[in-house]
Design a protein around this ligand. Structure first.
Ligand code: WAQ
Ligand code: MG
Ligand code: MG
Ligand code: MG
Length: 255
């Protein structure tokens, strides 16, 4: 990995929505690739965007760019799975975990009041943990975390060791959560998919690890959620710069 040049490869796909809604986000993806693997990477993202449960896209963009900054290596967050019987119980657990992560209950309630307003965006939103107010200025786009990945061989070794199925969705979400939680301003993340066929979500934080919750919504629901709860942000731009631009490889080291 050291010394080799890497490229950030990104995809987003969308379809025309109703007049009031503007375009509908279908899917996005980001990974890191060597030059020789770019064809493979582009193909994987193409496949992801073409066959998606949110619908058939009528727009897609795939781009790659060379990365010049050194790539930071980060250990994956520890994973725990909580089985729940219903979305209601799952959401109650999510709120409890957010509180355990250090977010005031009032701000959690405020976040939940805003959730439907922000679903349908293609990135994440940032909320201040003290006020519960949204602090990024990315409107209906949100902030898209990028330039992160996990080499397959290391991921497979980790999955074997932790007895976690080698599911690309889990890998993708854990890579993102690990990168986001590594920044000291991040207190916690709350996420569930906007894909109608995937109902497991998570709360993640440096302190709690990656806490999967098997049901956070009903099947068929296309409302997703991705919120970063942040604290003590003196410089919002440098935080967003870290999320979008700092290259990160998740790398598991057996202890
Ligand atoms: N940066 C910022 N926000 C993102 C990114 C990104 N790279 N990727 C997705 N989002 C936001 C965006 O608003 C999506 O609509 C929303 O998150 C959901 O994305 O079993 O699959 O890719 O352990 O649909 C979590 C549980 C699955 C996995 C989450 O999210 C498990 C998932 P999706
Ligand atoms: Mg997506
Ligand atoms: Mg995704
Ligand atoms: Mg999705």
């Amino acid at each position: 990995m050291q010394g080799e040049k890497y490229y950030s490869v990104r995809m987003r796909s969308a379809k025309e929505g109703s007049h009031e809604q503007g375009e509908k986000h279908i899917s996005g993806g980001e990974l890191l690739s060597t030059y020789n693997d770019i064809k493979h990477a582009v193909n994987a993202l193409l496949e992801k965007g073409l066959t998606h449960s949110r619908g058939r896209p009528d727009f897609m963009q795939i781009q790659f760019e060379c990365i010049n900054d050194p790539i930071k290596l980060v250990n994956p967050l520890q994973v725990m799975t909580n089985e729940v019987e219903s979305a209601g119980k799952g959401q109650a657990l999510a709120r409890k975990l957010l509180e355990q992560a250090g977010i005031p209950r009032k701000s959690i309630e405020k976040a939940y009041d805003q959730i439907t307003e922000y679903s349908g965006i293609r990135g994440a939103i940032m909320l201040d943990i003290h006020s519960g107010e949204r602090i990024d200025d990315r409107k209906e786009k949100g902030v898209r975390v990028s330039r992160m990945d996990w080499l397959d061989t290391n991921f497979e070794k980790w999955a074997d060791h932790c007895q976690i199925p080698q599911n690309p969705r889990v890998k993708e979400a854990l890579v993102l959560a690990t990168k986001v939680s590594e920044h000291p301003a991040t207190i916690a993340e709350l996420c569930w998919s906007d894909d109608p066929d995937y109902i497991t979500g998570y709360v993640a934080s440096k302190k709690l690890g990656y806490r999967r919750i098997t049901k956070l919504k009903e099947f068929g629901d296309e409302q997703g959620c991705r919120i970063f709860f942040v604290n003590g942000l003196e410089d919002l731009n440098s935080y967003i710069h870290y999320l979008e631009k700092q290259p990160v490889f998740v790398q598991w080291e057996e202890k």
